[in-house]
Design a protein around this ligand. Structure first.
Ligand code: PBG
Length: 328
């Protein structure tokens, strides 16, 4: 039969498929999260995130070397401190796990970019991303008093040598507050990667075990975004861009591809997407049950995030993905 259009003509062989492929994924696109525990000699596997672990600074060298060898350009650091208090003061402790890890990584692999997550939830005893209202029982997370603390933490990470800071607390005005304090302390050249549209997501479940940052009461819906809202996400992005964000982020990634695509269409700034702990855990769990092909599912999920418009992907699959891509 004569058919003018047969799209299958271009799918016949691997070489043809490769030639017409629209989207590519490479090591340069990936950012690997690392959980840094205070203390020594710690490699503590994270149950719900097989293959991931909390590590103390003295145990990260092999991880750093592996990432460098795979030419993954950046790591994103989270800290598990020894002490927590109501004001999250451990967040800007220069001898805390994150500043110590920054110094150690910059010594061992100066070309590996170190991105420091800036949030209070790992450092507050109540587990919220900011300070609480003093009113008994109110449970309100106070926006403006939290800004100073986030800025203080960002400056501490920049002082330790962080290449980029990434505020994730979803407080209004956090990018402007951090930019002002970075500049005032001489860090004009440290870029801000803004968690611009961060949704209140069930897919963060395994992370809260990993970072020991589960809220002791309530949830984060009064500051993180409602998963139902797309227009509001664009508004959040507009505000962060106006406040001086150098890079934008959408989080989670897989269930928010429409948001990634809409941000890509409207903004020129580099765009990151965060494939979060629950997205990783779902693929891992299904694969461990023999229900899904891990390698194919993971690479498919990553290429879909790129196709939607992300320039960079923060993913717990970063190392595996680069190894799998090398075998293709
Ligand atoms: C801190 C923060 C969270 C994640 C990144 N930064 C947790 C949260 O907001 O509850 C989640 C990352 C992941 O699930 O992989 N605010």
């Amino acid at each position: 039969m004569n058919l003018l259009n047969r799209p299958r003509r271009l799918r016949r062989t691997a070489a043809l498929r490769r030639m017409v492929r629209e989207t590519s994924l490479s090591a340069a696109d990936l950012i690997a999260p690392l959980f840094i525990a205070a203390g020594q000699g710690i490699v503590r596997p994270i149950g719900a995130m097989p293959g991931q672990a909390q590590r103390s600074v003295d145990q990260i060298d092999s991880e750093i070397d592996a990432l460098s060898e795979l030419r993954i350009p950046a790591v994103l650091l989270f800290g598990i401190p020894t002490y927590k208090d109501a004001g999250g003061s451990g967040a800007w402790d220069a001898s805390g796990p994150v500043p110590s890890a920054i110094r150690a990584i910059k010594r061992r692999a100066p070309e590996l970019l170190v991105i420091a997550d800036v949030c209070m939830c790992e450092y507050t005893d109540h587990g919220h991303c900011g300070v609480l209202s003093p009113e008994p029982g109110s449970g309100d997370v106070l926006n403006d008093p939290t800004l100073e603390l986030l800025a203080r933490a960002a400056v501490a990470y920049a002082d330790a040598g962080a290449d980029i800071v990434a505020p994730s607390a979803m407080m209004d005005g956090q990018v402007a507050a951090i930019r002002a304090d970075l500049d005032a302390s001489g860090h004009h050249d440290v870029p801000i990667m803004a968690y611009a549209a961060k949704f209140a997501s069930a897919f963060y479940g395994p992370f809260r075990e990993a970072a020991e940052s589960t809220p002791q009461f309530g949830d984060r819906r009064a500051y993180q975004m409602d998963p139902a809202n797309a227009r509001e996400a664009l508004r959040e992005v507009a505000l962060d861009a106006a406040e001086g964000a150098d890079m934008l982020m959408v989080k989670p990634a897989g269930a928010y591809l429409d948001i990634i695509s809409a941000v890509r269409a409207r903004y020129e700034l580099p765009l990151a997407a965060y494939q979060v702990s629950g997205e990783y855990a779902m693929i891992k769990a299904a694969a461990q049950n023999g229900w899904i092909d891990e390698r194919r599912a993971a690479l498919e999920s990553l290429i879909a995030i790129k196709r939607a418009g992300a320039d960079m992907i923060i993913s717990y699959y970063a190392k595996d993905a680069v190894r799998w891509l090398a075998q293709e």
